[in-house]
Design a protein around this ligand. Structure first.
Ligand code: ADP
Ligand code: MG
Ligand code: ZN
Length: 510
């Protein structure tokens, strides 16, 4: 784009993603080596196939294909009768065969979409394709970073781990949308049980960004087919404008937040260049997380650089009947809607309660045993609130959900007050690892029995004749004062509502 079009309001940002996600399988995609390499010594999860030794032949892992078909169904993609594998040729030290087995003109999934919400609005982004491929190994740069290291070690434990590459249409208009999309994508993948976001390197994003002329009417509704407007109000982009725009591909993004930051940086960098009348180079850039900037890596490869050709060692795979055979579980959106109806929850509560599969499962567990409203308050507000405050997730306390269940039981059975349960017991459970009965006992939180409260009420009335008189003369604060006296006498363990009622009953009309 030239300097003529350089006013900020005339520029629109276009983003498309290539997202690599690791599919959870026990073994690698073309051999039977374990994918569980977290604590393994380097190069111990390898065999002739994933080391690319001459004569070794790949065999497709059924579980990886099943996972990919599930993803395809979840994003509403077209799954062809038959899919095939290609070799993508390039030289890199972490790629022992000097080629990567991937998919090219017959990917497993095409033309899907994913709906997500951003800033309270629903958005849908198109998925051009999603295909299965193998991960390369990993490099460890010693004594410096990629360009300054003394030497570099190669670990092939990762090589051959199944990946799915999900390529979106260039439908994003800002970095915030990308962040929300990635969160939703991970949520769907976790619901499917094919993905583990806590695993190192399980999500890697290449983000493409370009700045295109927006025409005059980008913020005004455009009549159908209006000329001179490359990005319409509905977000449709003129294909020619897309092709003409120089874009950069930012690599090395490994988190939602990283994607948002890298793209915000890149957007500003490109807009500044355009405003100064400079051309944006079409190139691959590296996201430097610690410095918060993108740096130029190399000019962008073109497709022909990879000399794609059919992988002759793997026959085409007929997947037509797999689609029918493989079922997928209820996905987050459907579950959210069901929660709203079945448990009569607000949109906000239902969203929180379906934010991850673990949260939703735990909620349904509690709702089947206790009042669904009480369960909703406990999971959506109390538990998630306290976890969030401590930078914890439900997964962090997976083994202790029974203790949380017990705490809710204590509240439901009126054995401790809701306030004490949250502010004392739950907090101590999370901070000190104590169990609810122990905390309740230790802090003396057992709700005071009716008799004891009744006695405290009688005592408060007897000891405070002035307040009683004020009460009968209609002074509003008097009752509160008496409630306070009873609460004090019972060490805060009585239920204020009950105390209030008992006092009124005892005092007669005010
Ligand atoms: P390549 O083969 O060069 O990687 P593709 O056409 O396969 O290019 O697209 C790769 C990614 O780039 C896709 O996610 C796509 O949405 C995105 N993309 C295409 N055109 C643009 C553009 N003008 N600006 C931003 N992203 C784009
Ligand atoms: Mg690319
Ligand atoms: Zn192997």
């Amino acid at each position: 784009m030239t300097a003529q079009a350089a006013r900020q309001e005339d520029l629109a940002t276009v983003i498309g993603l290539e997202v690599h996600v690791q599919l959870e399988t026990d073994t690698k995609v073309f051999c039977s080596c374990s994918t569980d390499a977290a604590d393994a010594e380097p190069n111990t999860r390898t065999c002739p196939v994933c080391l690319g030794l001459p004569g070794a032949l790949p065999v497709i892992n059924e579980a990886a294909v099943e996972g990919a078909v599930k993803v395809g169904k979840a994003i509403d993609a077209e799954i062809p009768e038959e899919t095939a594998f290609h070799r993508k040729n390039y030289y890199y030290p972490d790629l022992p065969k000097n080629l990567q087995i991937t998919q090219y003109d017959a990917p497993l999934c095409r033309a899907g979409e994913l709906e997500f919400s951003v800033g309270g609005e629903r958005r849908t982004v198109g998925i051009r394709r999603a295909h299965l491929e193998e991960d390369p190994g990993s490099l460890q740069h010693k004594g410096g970073s990629i360009d300054t290291a003394d030497y570099t070690l190669v670990d092939y434990n990762r090589a051959g781990t199944p990946l799915m590459e999900i390529v979106t249409r260039p439908d994003f208009r800002g970095s915030g949308e990308v962040r929300s999309f990635l969160a939703k994508l991970e949520e769907v993948l976790e619901y499917l049980g094919v993905f583990d976001s806590t695993r190192d390197g399980s999500l890697r994003v290449d983000a493409n960004l370009s700045i295109v002329p927006a025409g005059d009417g980008v913020s005004e509704p455009a009549p159908d087919g209006a000329d001179g407007e490359e990005v319409g109000d509905d977000g449709e982009i003129d294909e020619d404008a897309l092709a003409a725009a120089n874009r950069t591909e930012v690599n090395n993004i490994t988190s939602h937040k990283g994607a948002e930051k890298a793209l915000a940086y890149e957007e500003t960098r490109q807009k500044n260049a355009i405003q100064r009348g400079r051309e944006v180079e079409q190139e691959t850039r590296h996201w430097d997380e610690s410095r918060g900037i993108t740096v130029s890596m190399r000019s962008k490869e073109e497709e022909k650089d990879y000399r794609y050709f059919r992988e002759a060692d793997l026959p085409p795979l007929r997947v037509s009947d797999w689609k029918e055979r493989i079922d997928i579980p209820e996905l987050p959106d459907a579950r959210r809607e069901r929660f709203r109806e079945e448990y009569d929850l607000s949109e906000e509560a239902a969203s929180k309660l379906t934010s991850t599969k673990a949260v939703a499962d735990f909620y349904e567990d509690l709702a089947s045993e206790f009042d669904p409203d009480l369960a909703a308050t406990w999971v959506a507000d109390n538990l998630l609130g306290e976890l969030n405050y401590r930078d914890m997730e439900i997964a962090t306390i997976e083994g202790r959900l029974d203790e949380v269940r017990r705490l809710v039981e204590l509240v439901a059975g009126d054995e401790i007050t809701a306030k004490n349960a949250r502010e004392t017991v739950l907090r101590r459970m999370l901070d000190d690892g104590d169990d609810p009965d122990a905390v309740a006992e230790d802090e003396g939180l057992g709700k005071t029995g009716e008799d004891e409260v009744q006695q405290a009420v009688a005592a408060a009335i007897e000891k405070n004749p002035d307040a009683v008189e004020d009460y009968h003369e209609g002074e509003g604060g008097a009752l509160n004062f008496l409630v306070g006296q009873v609460m004090q006498a019972t060490g805060g363990s009585a239920d204020p509502g009950t105390v209030n009622e008992l006092l009124r009953a005892e005092l007669g009309d005010g």
